[in-house]
Design a protein around this ligand. Structure first.
Ligand code: C2O
Ligand code: CU
Ligand code: CU
Length: 484
């Protein structure tokens, strides 16, 4: 049986929430899921966001103090053209410094919004973003070193569509919120009074935060109402550390059409899709049979470590849980009823002939969780992140082969300012879902990448590379590089 209660198993969370919505399969008169508001800047080439605090009443419980961009929790979906110089403006009305990183945008380091580009309380950052890349679903979030996990948890994140306006020609669903759904997946925890809680138990200091309640687009217990035809799901894992292994509850296929940085050449039929923090995938699901069905997930594989085994890669234990129920509404005319076979995108096949080799080891202190008390536990190549150290410099326009290895846990590895090709995973061909253009990939053992460095970044405003489990990133599993 699938219940949200399933989320509880696997990790004895320090504070067990007293209220866990268990949406039974029979209860489908639930609230319809809403999309983030659409902020369409394709005509103006300009948009403005205000980082603010506010009150959010998650599913009618006591109000939580939350943060968002131009709204109380999370931000709007910002739509811009994929080839457009965009004037962004971000005002910080909060009382601490933030930054706004455009995760997935291939732009120079001086507008990337990493931890060096802080926006002080009361001030406004107004970068011009020279966007020129294939259409993609990307996102933006705060990136203050040591505070990213808490600030993102509070709500400082949002989705961005880089649009080329050609989806109709491709035969892809493209009506926002109708047959083109933007879904931000987050797990959260609530205290006894129903307020969103971010406190880390000892295991979570090592593993990363795991909530007990699914929150989709800032909503708990909502149902996505869809036409009975083909629907596009733009999935973002905006969780701090939870890794989802998604499938449909009746095992119907999900047709993968896009990875982090753009469309594939043609759809790939999948029954399971892993979605780690920071990753985006777009899938088509056919609701043409009119049946109600749910998106479900397996337990986060990293929770297995708590079962005694310290190695990643073992099957997740515990029952699957419901991520999002769907209700097909026959009164909504489906615009798309057949799958396109040519998406017009691409899969990377970079030339590795002259690629330099780099090793990246994602390290955690061995063994004891107590080590956290004795200083820094997380590092890359043995060195915890240092704002004042440039780890290396890459020559602009070159391609490098990065061999990324992870010990103990699985780590979603992300590089700023680039898109890459996954060459191999543990010596074998990459999983089908990793054959498109990526900027974040879940490393479970060893993953080899071909990375192309087209965007410049100075040593003063360098690009980051890090684990996207935010507690690991804040704890030092991050480095920085210049591209000159
Ligand atoms: Cu989405 Cu450096 O992060
Ligand atoms: Cu990024
Ligand atoms: Cu990690």
């Amino acid at each position: 049986m699938i219940t949200r209660r399933g989320l509880m198993t696997g990790l004895g969370a320090g504070a067990v929430a007293s209220f866990i919505p268990s949406l039974s399969l029979a209860n489908r008169d639930a609230v319809p899921l809403s999309m983030p508001p659409l902020l369409d800047a394709t005509d103006t080439g300009a948009f403005r966001l205000t980082a603010q605090s506010g009150q959010t009443n998650f599913a009618g419980r006591a109000a939580s103090e939350t943060w968002g961009f131009s709204q109380p929790y999370l931000g709007p979906t910002v739509r811009i053209r994929n080839t457009q110089e965009v004037q962004a403006e971000v005002e910080n009305s909060l009382s601490e410094e933030i930054s706004v990183h455009w995760h997935g945008m291939l732009i120079p380091g001086d507008v990337d919004g990493g931890p060096h580009q802080t926006i002080a309380p009361g001030s406004t950052w107004a970068p011009v973003l020279p966007v020129n890349q294939p259409a993609a679903t990307i996102w933006f979030h705060t990136h203050i070193h040591g505070a990213t996990a808490r600030q993102v948890y509070n709500g400082l994140a949002g989705v961005m569509h880089l649009s080329d306006g050609l989806d109709d020609e491709r035969g892809l669903p493209a009506t926002y919120g109708v047959d083109d759904l933007t879904l931000v997946l987050q797990d959260r925890r609530f205290d006894r009074r129903g307020r969103m809680d971010y406190s880390l138990s000892m295991p979570e200091q090592m593993m990363g935060f795991l909530g007990d309640t699914m929150v989709i687009n800032g909503q708990i217990g909502a149902t996505a109402v869809v036409p009975n035809g083909i629907v596009r799901l733009r999935l973002l894992n905006g969780s701090n550390s939870r890794i989802y292994t998604l499938s449909m509850s009746d095992a119907r296929p999900m047709h993968l059409i896009a990875t982090d940085n753009g469309l594939l050449d043609r759809p790939i039929e999948l029954t399971g899709l892993s979605l780690s923090p920071g990753e985006r995938y777009e899938v088509l699901v056919d609701f043409g049979d009119g049946n109600d069905v749910s998106l479900i997930s397996q337990q986060s594989p990293n929770t297995d470590m708590m079962g005694g085994g310290m190695m990643g890669g073992r099957p997740a234990s515990g029952p699957p849980f419901e991520v999002l129920p769907f209700k097909a509404d026959t009164s909504i005319q489906a615009r798309i009823t057949t799958l396109p076979d040519d998406l017009g995108g691409s899969r990377p096949a970079l030339d590795s002939a002259r690629a330099g080799q780099r090793r990246v080891t994602l390290d955690m202190g061995m063994g004891s969780m107590m080590m956290r008390r004795n200083g820094n536990q997380f590092s890359i190549n043995g060195r915890p992140f240092d704002m004042n150290r440039t780890d290396f410099t890459v020559q602009q326009g070159t391609i490098e082969r990065w061999s990324v290895s992870a010990n103990m846990l699985m780590h979603p590895f992300h590089i700023h300012g680039v898109t890459f090709q996954v060459l191999s995973e543990n010596g074998a061909a990459p999983a089908p879902q990793n054959t498109g253009w990526k900027d974040t990939v879940l490393v479970n053992g060893r993953t080899d990448l071909l990375v192309r460095f087209d965007q410049p970044a100075s040593a003063d405003l360098p690009f980051m590379f890090h684990c996207h489990i935010l507690e690991h990133e804040d704890g030092g599993m991050m480095g920085q590089f210049a591209v000159v």
